[in-house]
Design a protein around this ligand. Structure first.
Ligand SMILES: [Zn+2]
Length: 74
């Protein structure tokens, strides 16, 4: 799994993990949390879309920090 993640994102994950007490991070891709493969509801995606870029978003299922990407499907 780690091997598929671009190096830049890995750095970000590490920073987020330190900042948030060991909670891992997962990329949001095509409306889906890459940590637990949960497909987010449209209402959640709308909230993410409306959230400021620096707001920390959590997956409701696995509690990982969701990292928005160009491929987030927003
Ligand atoms: Zn998740």
């Amino acid at each position: 799994m780690v091997a598929q993640v671009p190096a830049g994102l890995l750095d970000l994950y590490d920073k987020l993990r330190v900042q948030h007490g060991g909670v891992g991070a997962a990329a949001l891709r095509q409306g889906r949390c890459q940590g637990c493969n949960l497909t987010l509801y449209t209402v959640d995606l709308n909230a993410i879309r409306a959230a400021p870029a620096d707001e920390v978003l959590r997956c409701e299922e696995c509690r990982r920090i969701l990292v928005r990407t160009a491929d987030s499907g927003l």
